[in-house]
Design a protein around this ligand. Structure first.
Ligand code: CMC
Length: 423
């Protein structure tokens, strides 16, 4: 049987055969047969918005691979910085390439003094750090006007390095502002995750010695969050970038997409939910509430995964390593009970709702002392490498500007009535 589909326009009997290539059909072929008839798919549930060679996600089988490498293997053997290189460049680096990459990232971690002293200091004292980050990313474009030269691959790579390197610095600066603590400058002697932790936590001492188990946990979390193909924020990055906006403005849009509780804000929502449940004994009543429509089980469900999110499995194990250092997060028992109850409940089984990446990550962040508002920022820091890889790929593909159609459902043509005559 041919690997194709046949579409027939029943209005006139016209027919077209469209090949199925890589699991997709070319919409341009459909348009030839059906000009002016649009596919209505508001949430892109059945639409592939692009071809991409970055992340391979099989949600039915719970598989996630970056550039062909299983996420489980990367989380065990790699580092975030190496994964960022892999996403951006397509292959794992050689020793020399890694050294150069590490040097470049390390030497672009500083931010302009005006950014910190004048821009970030201008926020309200209790500003949400995600709001600050979104604004700061957009503001970076004003410091690097050459970033507009998106046709020059070298210029593009320079901005990618800056974005990956500066996001943790901005993130930590947002936290220090909120906490009323002086800003810590980046330390070039430290690895990427260690440097981030010292910018967050160092007070008084000239050096910050992070527990290596916590450094590794952060590195693993960064790897797991680095990319997830065409999610809401990455799609925003590609859509904005398709207008040839500079990468800082595009990244600000992507970060705004990540902010919401249905996406990167879910880790924050999970901890708030677990806190409000408070005790294992209250889990049953909470689940009943979700089933009767009074809110969602945060950290559960996924548009693409209809199986256990492989990242959630890795995070659950990492959580135990972190708790060895920090002591067990008291909310863990509530989370475990919630997971067990949901996974054996027909409502969740029939809808294929499983824990996603955010179900356990918030517990780790809380145990490590990160403020709850800060959790989506911890997601944004590593996702920056994924956004940049997709932005770069989209430009390499010379993609046309994103411009979907709509199905108009408003009023038919009508005449203007002067205000005095309106009733
Ligand atoms: N709790 C209870 N019911 C749910 C949940 C949930 N977390 N998620 C989906 N459902 C139900 C939903 O009510 C619907 O039921 P019905 O068919 O009876 O109307 C069915 O499952 C399908 O839901 P949907 O809204 O069509 O699914 P979606 O693909 O549009 O939404 C989602 C995906 C992630 C937004 C959603 O599952 C959700 O809101 N989850 C909670 C928030 C969350 O954890 N988000 C983090 C996602 S992973 C990190 C990331 O990549 O950003």
């Amino acid at each position: 049987m041919a690997d194709s589909i046949t579409i027939t326009d029943n209005r006139n009997g016209n027919t077209i055969e469209v090949p199925i290539v890589n699991g997709g059909v070319d919409a341009a072929q459909w348009s030839k047969l059906l000009p002016g008839v649009w596919f209505l798919d508001p949430s892109f549930g059945a639409t592939a918005s692009t071809q991409s060679a970055i992340t391979d996600l099989d949600g039915e089988n719970g598989i996630l691979r970056y550039r062909g490498y299983p996420i489980e293997e990367l989380a065990e053997k790699s580092t975030y910085l190496e994964v960022a290189y892999l996403l951006v460049h397509g292959d794992l680096p050689t020793s020399a390439e890694y050294e150069a990459w590490q040097y470049d990232i390390t030497h672009h971690t500083f931010i302009h003094e005006n950014m910190r002293k004048r821009f970030l200091d201008g926020f309200h004292y209790d500003a949400h750090p995600m709001g600050m980050l979104v604004s700061a990313l957009a503001a970076l474009s004003t410091f690097y006007p050459e970033a507009k030269d998106i046709d020059d691959r070298e210029v593009r790579l320079k901005q990618i390095i800056r974005l990956i390197a500066k996001t943790p610095t901005i993130a930590a600066a947002c936290h220090r502002f909120y906490a009323g603590l002086p800003f810590n400058y980046p330390d070039n002697e430290l690895s990427f995750p260690e440097n981030f932790l010292q910018m967050m936590w160092r007070v008084g001492d000239p050096k910050y010695d992070a527990d290596p188990r916590l450094v590794r946990a952060i590195d693993i979390l960064f790897m797991l969050h680095a990319d997830h193909e065409q999610n809401c924020s990455t799609t925003a990055m590609r859509v904005i970038g398709s207008s040839h906006a500079d990468p800082y403005s595009s990244a600000a849009g992507a970060a705004a997409g990540l902010y919401g509780p249905r996406h990167g804000g879910a880790n924050e929502a999970v901890v708030r939910m677990l806190t409000s449940i408070g005790h294992m004994d209250n889990v049953g009543a909470f689940i009943d509430g979700v089933k009767s429509g009074s809110g969602r089980l945060q950290g559960f469900g996924h548009r693409v995964y209809k199986n256990y999110d492989p990242r959630a499995k890795i995070i659950k194990n990492a959580a135990y390593d972190v708790f060895e250092v920090t002591g067990k997060n008291p909310l863990l028992d509530v989370a475990l009970k919630l997971e067990e109850t949901a996974l054996s409940d027909e409502y969740f089984i029939s809808r294929k709702l499983y824990p996603n990446v955010d179900f356990y990550s918030g517990l780790i962040y809380q145990a490590m002392g990160f403020p709850i508002d800060f959790y989506p920022v911890l997601f944004a820091i590593p996702r920056m490498s994924g956004w940049c890889a997709h932005w770069n790929e989209m430009l390499d593909q010379n993609q046309r500007i994103s411009r979907p159609r709509q199905v108009y459902t408003g009023a038919p043509v009508r005449g203007y009535v002067p205000i005095a005559q309106r009733i």
